[in-house]
Design a protein around this ligand. Structure first.
Ligand code: CTP
Ligand code: MG
Length: 227
């Protein structure tokens, strides 16, 4: 199948607090976006759409062309929206007509190994409408109201969602057209449109760089992290 990946990189990175857009913060000599893209380009893809912060489209293109190597004709860059969902929507509008499967990936999950992309693509190839990588929840989770613990939630029923989340292209397009509010992620948006989304095994390296502590962790892992 023809697969496109939309890499959303248009957020401002408020919680990281680096003084500029998160995607262009360095992990080592290379940015968060460039690390994410090197791993994206190792997967079997037909198109990579990078959704960049307004005014940083050129910076995104520079990182993309470096990461792409001899696959630079796969690269498209578009400008992001106010919300992540808006950014994905802008990315979807740039997906080529012959693409059949679309994956949506957070640039902030910079160290996500390409094997995770392959698992998501495989699940859809085998007939799922959508697939997302998950990890088991390790902490004990409580339901609380105000200051009171109501009860523990059964961990067996819980999973932590990561990206890339992948979908049949026709289903993702229709679900975005039908979306009437902001959803927490693409799987929730597609689920709200009435489609079943299956799970595949995620990877601890697909953690999202959100806070300065996450960036420290990425910096300590990057030299040993697989592509
Ligand atoms: N994102 C985006 N467009 C937005 C908001 C977020 O493309 N309007 C992207 C981010 O660039 C990131 C991913 O969505 O790769 C996940 O978002 P998050 O980790 O929340 O990043 P930020 O929104 O940049 O961070 P913060 O919420 O701390 O400001
Ligand atoms: Mg955000």
């Amino acid at each position: 199948p023809r697969v496109a990946v939309i890499v959303v990189a248009a957020g401002s990175g408020e919680r990281l607090g680096a003084g500029g857009p998160k995607a262009f913060v360095g992990i080592d000599a290379h940015t968060i976006l460039r690390h994410a893209l090197v791993r994206v380009f190792s997967a079997p893809l037909a198109q990579v759409v990078i959704v960049a912060p307004a005014g940083h489209e050129g910076d995104a293109l520079t990182d993309a062309l470096e990461a792409a190597g001899d696959r630079r004709d796969l690269v498209s860059v578009v400008t992001g929206g106010k919300t992540r969902q808006g950014s994905v929507s802008n990315g979807l509008a740039a997906v080529w007509a012959d693409v059949q499967i679309v994956l949506v990936h957070d640039a902030a999950r910079a160290l996500t190994p390409s094997a995770v992309f392959e698992r998501v693509i495989d699940a859809i190839d085998r007939g799922s409408d959508g697939a997302l990588p998950v990890l088991p929840v390790v902490d004990t989770i409580k339901r609380v109201a105000d200051t009171e613990v109501l009860h523990a939630v059964d961990r067996e029923e819980l999973a932590a969602a990561q990206t890339p989340q992948g979908f049949r292209r026709d289903i993702l397009d229709a679900a975005y057209r039908a979306a009437d509010r902001d959803y927490t992620d693409d799987a929730a948006l597609v689920g709200a449109a009435g489609h079943a989304v299956s799970v595949v095994t995620g990877d601890p390296l697909a953690f999202k760089i959100t806070t300065p502590a996450d960036l420290d962790r990425a910096r300590s892992l990057v030299s040993a992290a697989p592509v």
